[in-house]
Design a protein around this ligand. Structure first.
Ligand code: PEP
Ligand code: MG
Length: 552
């Protein structure tokens, strides 16, 4: 047995034979041509054919993995229309009187080296893309089709690296897992693997020898390991893990595509919480009906500088487009307390959980807030985005937010930049907000209860302090009463109310939430199908009264 450690980009277990995926050997030789003009024409025809192929790939990928993931093929098309690239190839053909294949290969290498030397992560990520487009043209020039897999049974694909176009063209029913020697976590291939929801490892130092072909292997996407020819005991253990995961998955799979509705017809919006774009695969896999909480501060935490308007727009737009018309609630940054970011240069605080965090930072540093709001308003032209403000305690804060939002609208209009009109709601996560929720409800489009903070501030128990566990009661009457009061006040003003704190996924409370009329529950994607099961088994008309009394 050989064990190799890689970096996991998606969890789960895959058991099957290895398939060593070798690219077609593109042996490009330098050859002199008599008629350079004709050779340039040959290059142009191949380039146009490549653009056409990419258009077809884009359509195919949009249908299978969504527009945002398919966007790479549009980028490839754009790269093929890039004048610098085209001129470089044509110049080489003309000045050196060489064959188009060689000029394309050289240009591809030159551009790849240039991108690799850049400081910008995004540009470095384009190295694989420029190689990919060059190989596509060379294959066309050589009269060859792109690679297709020759295997009858599902396999674990092992490759040096995989270009996005290769991943998408693969017959998905034959792929159990991807394992690559190179690749980056943010590469499009990694994103596609996540969207497909199969275990995938990158950076795995596996020998790509022909003798590896057909060997039995197990990929453990949870630990980032691949076992080649596992011994009996290891295989049995992994098989058990695989089966347990399968049983759980299969039971819940039957609920995919089903409505989240009680026996007596009450519908609940079952949404997912995410921290970044990468979590979208799980959102799709678990059939969330929307995103109830996108913790946008992770964009700031993952960056070493204030994310620019364009950087943010790119992410928000991609999420909105991937969710294709479903509601995406993006919370404005909730920095502070346990989420500290160096470049914010916040002064140290005695008690950060009660300090300068979330909306308090945004209102005292409106330039940071405005950048995010501009990106959010712009992104909402591409999907159903809703904005949610955290840590609200007063009407005055709402008034100040509205003032800044009005300025953002005016500035975007003056700049001639298109934007949409997102819904705007608030998190109810302080006792103050609960107690004035009747007034707050008149000012916003929706409420989402943040039970993590609401519990900490109501019970005066630091949510980070594990020594207080014996005093922590997630079902404390005070918290439950606050939740019930918030829902009631929301409904009086005809707005909807949900929960995005961890309590929303507490199966012991699901029926109670229904009994008090909760409209939305947002949770980690992995919990969604299980909670849908409970909701579909509940009859609020029959059980509601008893459950309500049981908890309050
Ligand atoms: C909450 O407080 O319940 C919440 C959802 O926000 P966070 O956990 O990010 O503070
Ligand atoms: Mg919170």
């Amino acid at each position: 047995m050989e064990v190799y450690n890689g970096k996991s980009v998606f969890g789960g277990i895959a058991i099957g034979k290895l398939y060593i995926y070798n690219k077609k050997n593109l042996q490009v030789k330098r050859e002199r041509v008599e008629d350079a003009k004709k050779e340039v024409e040959r290059f142009r025809a191949a380039k146009n054919a490549a653009i056409k192929q990419l258009g077809e790939l884009y359509k195919k990928a949009t249908a299978s993995v969504g527009a945002a993931n398919a966007a790479i093929f549009e980028i490839h098309q754009m790269m093929l229309r890039d004048n610098d690239y085209i001129e470089s190839v044509e110049n080489m053909i003309r000045s050196q009187e060489i064959n188009a294949e060689y000029a394309v290969a050289m240009t591809g290498d030159n551009f790849a080296n240039m991108f690799a030397a850049m400081d910008d992560d995004y540009m470095r990520g384009r190295v694989a893309d420029v190689k990919d487009i060059s190989e596509r043209i060379i294959l066309i020039l050589a009269g060859q089709e792109s690679d297709s897999m020759e295997t009858d049974e599902p396999v674990i694909i092992v490759a040096e690296d995989l270009a996005p176009s290769e991943t998408v063209q693969m017959d998905k029913s034959k792929v159990l897992s991807f394992v690559t020697v190179h690749g980056s976590t943010n590469s499009h291939t990694a994103i596609l693997a996540r969207t497909m929801g199969i275990p995938a490892l990158i950076g795995t130092p596996l020998p790509l020898e022909a003798s590896m072909n057909g060997k039995l292997a197990v990929v453990d996407g949870d630990t980032g390991q691949i076992y080649v020819e596992p011994d009996e005991e290891t295989l049995a253990g992994l098989q058990e893990k695989y089966e347990a995961l399968q049983t759980k998955k299969q039971l819940l799979q039957t609920l995919k595509g089903k409505e989240t509705v009680t026996q007596d017809g009450r519908k609940v919006m079952l949404y997912a919480n995410i921290g970044n774009y990468k979590d979208l695969a799980l959102v799709l896999e678990n059939d969330a009906e929307g995103i109830g909480l996108f913790r946008s501060e992770f964009l700031y935490l993952e960056s070493d500088h204030y994310p620019t308007e364009e950087e943010q727009l790119k992410v928000y737009r991609a999420v909105a487009e991937t969710m294709a018309g479903k509601r995406v609630i993006i919370r404005t940054l909730d920095i502070g307390a346990d989420k500290q970011v160096d470049y914010f240069e916040m002064p140290g605080e005695e008690n950060p959980a009660m300090g300068c965090r979330a909306i308090r930072i945004c209102l005292t540093r409106p330039e940071i807030f405005k950048t995010q709001l501009r990106a959010l308003f712009r992104a909402s032209a591409f999907g159903k985005i809703a904005i949610m403000y955290p840590m609200i305690t007063s009407l005055e804060e709402i008034r100040r937010i509205k003032q800044i939002v009005a300025e953002v609208r005016e500035e975007l209009t003056a700049d001639g930049i298109p934007f949409g009109e997102p819904e705007q709601g608030i998190m109810i996560e302080t006792p103050a907000a609960v107690l004035i929720s009747d007034q707050l409800a008149k000012e916003v489009d929706f409420f989402s209860i943040g039970t993590n903070d609401l519990t900490q501030y109501t019970l005066a128990i630091d949510r980070q302090n594990d020594q207080l566990d014996e005093f922590y009661d997630a079902h404390h009457q005070a918290v439950l009463r606050m939740i019930a009061m918030t829902v009631e006040n929301a409904h009086k003003e005809n707005i909807w109310c949900g929960i995005c704190g961890e309590l929303g996924a507490d199966p012991e409370l699901s029926k109670w939430f229904l009994s008090i009329g909760m409209d939305e529950l947002s949770m980690s994607p992995g919990n969604i199908l299980f909670i849908r099961k409970i909701i579909r088994e509940t009859n609020v008309a029959e059980e509601g009264e008893a459950i309500r009394k049981h908890f309050l």
